[in-house]
Design a protein around this ligand. Structure first.
Ligand code: ZN
Length: 440
């Protein structure tokens, strides 16, 4: 059994179905991995075994590892979501009181770190090889071994000009934490939380700083993509009203929480934030549930679609808004769509397959579209498109082995079975190395 992080990463796997995403589905197929890279695949048998061990997975489906574009792993210790029945503003009230209780009761951050590790393990066990994570603490993501790829977006928010505990402004703390993670080898980004919680001038400052301070030189003179920006946008039906008049449910929430400032906060429109996200090479619009109701914002989305991805979290959106995001309109606009689970504060688990199944069952996407959303589209959104998102020769071997309850007879059936809730995730691989499950 190969089940440690130090396993030999060269082998051939045989499978009933191989769905590479980069290529048409193959029945009775092989996948060759050498030193962690995919070096070939095809219909059984391969021309040569190259002396490699063949591991026959029988009636399995192998496809590219999944990408979860949006999580808040700090909530991974929640046994069930906070109450979502009252909508976003009501849910936020519970989240803030939970966070306040935890920040005072925790002498050290070990519980927070344990929650993050638990969320990472749950994600890997559900077939995820890359995560877009929103971080609100200075957690040591870089020290977690044998994990999916991470793009950690350091979050900032605030309606006033308060400083954090160490005397730095929130934005300076945020940049400092992102720099620390980046130096430790973790891919980073920044996240203005939401238009109702973040001052416009602060968002502009941080976006500018990220361009100067978070760009890491790469080998051969190339540069990594400019630090991506991610933001929750158009999540609540009351958001637009608040941005315009600074009244309503959000105003009441902030007054009750004691965070409404003496000076009128400097808030911007959804459309302006979309333009700011597009100043980075990658901008992630999280949720966008009510974006189609705001035609100025929607036009801005279409204008900048080459740099943006909408990250929809179907089950969270359904729970908080009673409806699904406008997927058909997003598809017509030409913008990429990927999927996220959001955190366990609003969702019962971190299964990205369950998010996709929710959209398939609603008739909004086909299984093939859903597979692209949780692979290639997600990889592009996180700036990992050269590392993961499909099975292709020369790429890291990021793949998942699935065991369906019945044997699929066609490629379409095999694709559909990926999202069947009784299909089991047997093993998840990043760069040819097992990060969850067992590999016999
Ligand atoms: Zn979120």
């Amino acid at each position: 059994m190969l089940n440690s992080g130090r396993q030999h990463r060269s082998y051939i796997v045989r499978t009933k179905w191989l769905l590479p995403v980069s290529f048409r589905p193959l029945e009775n197929a092989w996948l060759r991995v050498e030193r962690g890279l995919v070096t070939g695949f095809g219909t059984w048998p391969p021309r040569s075994l190259n002396g490699l061990k063949v591991i026959d997975q029988g009636n399995s489906i192998i496809t590219t590892g999944f990408v979860n574009g949006h999580t808040h792993l700090e909530f991974s210790s929640c046994q069930k979501p906070f109450n979502t029945a009252g909508g976003l503003h009501s849910w936020l009230r519970e989240v803030v009181s939970w966070k306040r209780e935890h920040s005072t009761s925790l002498v050290d951050p070990t519980q927070n770190n344990a929650a993050i590790i638990s969320g990472i393990r749950e994600s890997a066990a559900s077939g995820v090889v890359a995560l877009g994570e929103i971080a609100t603490t200075n957690a040591p993501y870089n020290e977690i071994p044998n994990r999916p790829r991470l793009r950690v977006f350091q979050e900032f928010l605030g309606l006033g000009s308060h400083s954090s505990q160490d005397g730095l402004s929130r934005e300076a703390t945020c940049i400092r934490d992102a720099q620390r993670l980046s130096r430790a080898g973790v891919a980073v980004g920044l996240s203005p939380h939401a238009p109702y919680s973040t001052q416009w001038n602060v968002g502009q400052t941080v976006a500018n700083d990220s361009r100067k301070k978070l760009r890491r030189p790469m080998r051969r003179g190339k540069h990594e993509i400019r630090s991506p920006l991610a933001m929750h946008l158009a999540e609540s039906e009351f958001e637009a009203e608040f941005l315009k008049t600074q009244t309503g449910h959000f105003r009441m929430l902030f007054e009750d929480l004691g965070v409404w400032p003496n000076q009128t906060p400097n808030l911007a429109t959804t459309a302006d934030w979309i333009s700011l996200l597009a100043t980075s090479d990658r901008g992630l619009i999280i949720h966008g549930t009510h974006l189609y109701d705001d035609q100025v914002a929607f036009s801005r989305l279409k204008l900048h679609r080459q740099k943006l991805t909408v990250v929809v979290c179907p089950r969270t959106t359904l729970a908080l808004s009673g409806k699904l995001p406008p997927i058909s309109e997003f598809k017509k606009s030409g913008v990429r769509v990927c999927l996220g689970t959001d955190g366990r504060g609003s969702n019962p688990d971190l299964s990205i397959r369950a998010e996709a199944a929710c959209l398939i069952e609603s008739g909004l996407v086909t299984p093939q579209e859903a597979l692209s959303m949780i692979s290639a589209n997600g990889a592009w959104a996180l700036g990992f498109e050269h590392r993961t998102g499909c099975i292709a020769a020369g790429r890291p071997a990021d793949f998942v082995i699935l065991r369906p309850s019945v044997s699929p007879n066609t490629a379409d059936e095999a694709t559909m079975m990926i999202f069947d809730c009784v299909t089991e995730v047997v093993a998840t691989f990043r760069g040819g190395r097992l990060i969850a499950g067992n590999f016999l």
